[in-house]
Design a protein around this ligand. Structure first.
Ligand code: GLP
Length: 224
């Protein structure tokens, strides 16, 4: 497994992590390997792609809570080594600059895990006219709110804004691992990987990255 090899070969790796339903199985496998004594996360550092604006860490819909539940509290990673944008930050610009600085100070991301949204978003980089390079605050698209409302009590409860690493932040990762599952992701996987490179399909920029591995089930990759 790619992440396990990264952790074994470079025990102080900086891992870029993702949320959503797709990587849950990946985290379960890492936890399983850890439980069997095959992996050690004590020197690993992590940076997550994104966080909802307005949700604090204890909020069950926050990405910090998700990461704690699915990975952080199940392996021996010190909480001081995990980084996620602060959804409760008072000033957007300051929080985004702080987050970029953290990634810079860690020496950049060794391996970035990515899922893909139905509209081709990576992290929360939504379809736009231009690529946003760095960590920024983004207004979520209706498509994303619609897709993510399943995790909230109602559509109204879904935050309208989020902090996300920029396309430049993601593209600077040394290696990228893109995960996709389910037939509903098949059309966007085709567009992203075989279509034109455009900020209207944010994941299409991955065609320009020198080291991307795509892991998907048959349904998600059926149109490739
Ligand atoms: C969210 C996250 C993305 C993720 C996407 C897809 O919007 N911000 O990082 O890739 O959902 O989620 P899922 O894997 O549940 O389809």
């Amino acid at each position: 497994m790619i992440i396990a090899s990264q952790v074994t070969l470079k025990p102080d790796s900086v891992l870029g992590l993702a949320t959503g339903s797709t990587p849950i199985g990946t985290y379960d496998e890492l936890v399983e390997l850890y439980a069997r004594g095959k992996l050690d996360f004590s020197e690993i550092k992590t940076v997550n792609l994104d966080e909802y604006k307005g949700l604090d860490r204890e909020n069950e819909q926050s990405y910090f809570y998700f990461m704690k539940k699915h990975l952080f509290e199940r392996v021996n990673i010190p909480l001081a080594s995990v980084h996620i944008p602060d959804g409760t930050a008072a000033e957007d610009e300051r929080e985004c600059a702080r987050y970029e600085q953290i990634i810079h100070d860690l020496g950049g991301i060794d391996l970035q895990l990515l899922g893909i949204g139905h509209n081709g978003h990576i992290g929360f980089n939504e379809p736009e006219d231009v690529y946003e390079r760095k960590t920024h605050c983004v207004e979520l698209s209706e498509r994303t709110i619609e897709a993510n409302k399943r995790f909230f009590a109602s559509e109204e409860a879904v935050p309208r804004y989020a902090y996300t690493m920029g396309i430049g932040t993601i593209m600077q990762a040394k290696k990228i691992l893109l995960l996709a599952s389910g037939e509903e992701k098949a059309p966007i996987m085709k567009q992203a990987l075989l279509g034109p490179i455009t900020p209207k399909v944010p994941a299409s920029v991955l065609q320009l990255h020198p080291d991307v591995t795509i892991v998907g089930d048959e349904a998600a990759l059926s149109l490739l």
